[in-house]
Design a protein around this ligand. Structure first.
Ligand code: FPP
Length: 243
């Protein structure tokens, strides 16, 4: 699989619900419809890895009823969508802390991970109780433990080593989409995003569909990714002529 890795910060569920005169959780419910549609459409748009921010470590600060609804939705999503995900070749994995996820939701999440483990069309990564800073700290702890046991020379801790620890064999995200007009990263994939292209849309997440993903990707394809180098045609010219 060597298509694109896209990350999505699914924002605006609460505003969508307020605009409809509905309680906030109805926005999250509608957000699941968007997620389903985007997951269905992503492989045909060249996406092979999709990481979605479903619950941040900061989201525990929300009222307990809203938190409870979100984990109920996660459980329902795993239960109800599992067969379709499996049929469509979607592999589901989780990133983030597992120890604080309510048990019944965690059970369904892990069953879905297990059932879909052989999916090859799309790798769907659900970021739940996720914090990029926490993930970086976890990777650092793991390396520190190896140093303490004498299995790792501190000088061998390079960006590449840390990268492998944080990312495993998942390719770096190429493109990050955030809905609902906010222009920040909110502790999402901070290490992985070093060279990612960022895209912000005013659309609220429950209004976002695979067609909006196609629009975003067509903009991405017009961007020039340089990874710190100079554009190919300028690099080929002598310095004076290139100015
Ligand atoms: C942000 O909107 C969205 C979330 C905190 C939750 C995202 C969850 C879903 C899309 C559905 C559940 C996902 C799964 C995997 C079942 P917000 O509430 O911050 O919106 P606001 O900024 O307008 O208030």
């Amino acid at each position: 699989m060597n298509g694109m890795h896209v990350g999505i910060i699914m924002d605006g569920n609460g505003r969508w619900a307020r605009g409809q005169g509905k309680p906030r959780w109805r926005g999250h419910l509608a957000g699941v419809d968007s997620l389903r549609d985007v997951v269905r459409g992503a492989p045909d748009l060249g996406v092979t890895t999709l990481t979605v921010y479903a619950f941040s470590a900061d989201n525990w600060k929300r009222p307990p009823t809203e938190v409870g609804r979100l984990f109920w939705l996660l459980r329902e999503y795993c239960l109800r969508e599992r067969a379709e995900l499996l049929e469509n070749g979607v592999r589901v994995t989780h990133i983030g802390r597992r120890d604080r996820i309510p048990r019944s939701a965690l059970r369904q999440l892990e069953e879905t991970e297990h059932a879909t483990a052989r999916g090859r069309r799309l790798h769907l990564r659900l970021a739940i109780d996720y914090s990029a800073r926490w993930a970086i700290a976890e990777a650092t702890h793991a390396l520190a433990r190896k140093v303490k046991r004498g299995q790792l020379d501190p000088n061998a801790i390079t960006p590449d080593l840390l990268h492998r620890r944080i990312c495993g064999n998942v390719p770096e995200p190429d493109f990050i989409i955030r809905t609902a007009g906010e222009q920040r990263l909110s502790d999402f994939l901070l290490w992985e995003l070093a060279y990612a292209e960022l895209y912000f849309t005013p659309l609220l997440w429950p209004d976002f569909r695979r067609g909006d993903l196609a629009v975003a990707l067509s903009e991405y394809r017009q961007r020039e990714r340089r990874f710190g180098a100079v554009p190919a045609e300028r690099a080929a010219k002598p310095e004076a002529a290139a100015s």
